[in-house]
Design a protein around this ligand. Structure first.
Ligand code: LHQ
Length: 258
């Protein structure tokens, strides 16, 4: 249910249930999680690129997996605890950038998995849909946290309460994502960005990701202290020495991620 390849430091992960718009069944949950875990464990992975196979990015949970007509009372909290939340936490704690190339519709938890990535690019034909309201659910997969932070409470509430589709261009205008690109440009640009980051000072990039995430819950004093601690760490890296040396020697730096 997930394809993966590692090239030049970029782990590309493709959600691959195109007949179901890459909606999540248990196998796809576990396969995605395994790839994010691999990104944690394998020092050769220096950036991750997530995308979807076929015309969609991800339509959220596979709604055919649990048929309410069976009469069973579902425990969706358990589904979140078992499947979504560990993956979300792994994505956020990964000290490496995750780029998302949203190639088509991103609905429900599929939209919010995309928003949990560090840099989100989307094809202009893609749409973001907080589909939960249509089926009586609440925004999950981190959406209730990320939406108000990214676009403010007014827009977050309206999107979540109406389930209205948002175009990629409006998403970019609002700051929900980084860029909306012509469809043909999406993958080349996403791959170029992932390659650029993977060849970058990835130790410092990982610390940057963590620091910006921490700012969501820290006050200024705490954050200034964290900047001291992480800049101290970054300043001791090989990549800092190389970056400054390359600048002084007027040449391109050769970063190693150490
Ligand atoms: C699907 C799905 C899908 C199965 C398209 N499942 N087959 C967390 C915890 C536990 C449980 C519940 O949920 C959650 C979190 C969530 O993610 S809740 C939100 C779940 N997602 C949705 O409600 C979105 C449902 N899908 C749609 O509204 C539409 O498919 C969208 C707007 C995404 C795309 O519309 P179209 O471009 O018109 O495509 P389509 O509807 O024709 O879909 C193509 C095929 O994919 C179709 O199958 P078929 O056999 O008829 O060709 C759909 O049934 C299937 N599919 N989403 N989530």
């Amino acid at each position: 249910p997930v394809l993966s390849s590692l090239k030049d430091g970029v782990l590309t992960v493709t959600l691959n249930r195109p007949d179901k718009l890459n909606s999540f069944n248990e196998d796809m949950h576990l396969a995605l999680r395994a790839q994010i875990q691999r990104a944690h464990d394998d020092p050769d992975v220096r950036a991750v690129l997530i995308t979807g196979a076929g015309r969609g990015f991800c339509a959220g949970q596979d709604l055919g997996d649990r048929d309410p007509r069976s009469g069973e009372t579902p425990d969706l909290g358990k589904t979140l605890e078992t499947f979504y939340n560990p993956t979300l936490r792994l994505m956020r704690s990964l000290n490496k950038p995750i780029i998302c190339a949203v190639n088509g519709v991103a609905a429900g938890a599929g939209a919010n998995i995309a928003l949990a990535c560090d840099i989100v690019l989307a094809a202009k034909s893609a749409k973001f849909i907080q589909a939960f309201a249509k089926i009586g659910l609440i925004p999950d997969a981190g959406g209730s946290w990320s939406l108000p932070r990214l676009i403010g409470e007014a827009r977050a509430k309206a999107l979540a309460l109406t389930a209205e589709p948002l175009t990629a261009e409006t998403a970019a205008d609002w700051g929900l994502i980084w860029q909306a690109l012509d469809d043909a440009e999406l993958m080349p640009q996403a791959q170029a960005l992932a390659a650029q980051l993977a060849q970058g000072p990835t130790l410092g990039l990982g610390l940057t990701k963590q620091l910006i995430q921490e700012a969501a819950t820290n006050d200024l004093d705490t954050q200034l202290d964290r900047e001291c601690a992480l800049q101290r760490q970054a300043g001791r890296s090989d990549d800092y020495a190389e970056g400054v040396t390359a600048f002084l020697e007027k040449r391109a730096p050769r970063f190693t991620g150490h």
